[in-house]
Ligand binder design. Structure first.
Ligand SMILES: [Zn+2]
Length: 232
């Protein structure tokens, strides 16, 4: 009788073990599939930070904080779409050492080093613009002059920003051969200047969380489209 009970208990345990192993195998398989689907990495670079405020607009409004706000929102949006996202900074700190002689150069070099280490499918650097004429406004996307992949990506993201922000006088993407990040990046890189801090109305909007959300949504959509189209 006792032996019979032991045999039954053993059978039940065996079945349980089998079920547990099958479940774990199925789960591992699911995770692998997820990884395969979400392999694309986007590196989001909030420009400036720490001692480098970036562009300073009317009333002492600093570019670095707006760049970070938009970048953090963009990270969430992209992760929601299944991308792996790397940020160059997540706080108000530059990538330089306090004792560095040329903090700006060290900061930029470290951003490039991070791109080399992560080798993302796309780099999007977030900045704000300025101009002497305060009536000038609207987003503009830059790419490395001569990079066809960069140009295509910038074109798609520019269009997404123009549409998403309902821009009245839409700009076109622009090539640039001088920006350090564009020149030295080892991945396809675009710089998104989201708006002008020198335009009072746009400067107000750029500090508004709802408007920052719209920018992040438009950027995320443009990034998704460009990565799908380029097959990167
Ligand atoms: Zn900037």
């Amino acid at each position: 009788m006792t032996r019979h009970i032991i045999e039954r208990v053993m059978s039940v345990l065996l079945i349980l073990c089998f079920l547990l192993l099958s479940w774990q195998a199925a789960r591992a398989d699911g995770e692998k599939k997820n990884e395969e689907k979400n392999y694309r990495t986007v590196l989001v670079d909030p420009g400036h930070g720490g001692k480098d405020p970036g562009m300073v607009g009317a009333g002492g409004l600093e570019e670095k904080g707006i760049n970070l706000d938009i970048s953090l929102k963009l990270k969430k949006r992209l992760e929601g779409k299944g991308f792996h996202v790397v940020l160059t900074r997540e706080t108000d700190e530059g990538l330089y050492d306090e004792q560095a002689e040329n903090k700006k150069l060290q900061d930029l070099k470290r951003r490039i080093r991070l791109i080399e280490e992560e080798s993302p499918d796309l780099v999007v650097s977030i900045h704000q613009n300025s101009y002497e004429d305060p009536s000038v406004r609207g987003p503009q996307v830059f790419y490395y002059q001569g990079s066809e992949e960069g140009r295509k990506t910038a074109e798609i993201i520019q269009k997404s920003l123009n549409d998403g922000l309902n821009v009245q006088k839409p700009r076109t993407e622009k090539g640039n051969a001088g920006y350090y990040l564009l020149k030295n990046s080892t991945s396809v890189t675009v710089i998104a200047e989201c708006g002008f801090l020198t335009n009072p109305e746009e400067a107000r909007l750029l500090q508004d969380s709802g408007y920052q959300d719209r920018i992040a949504a438009a950027l995320a959509e443009g990034i998704e489209i460009s990565l799908l189209q380029s097959g990167l």
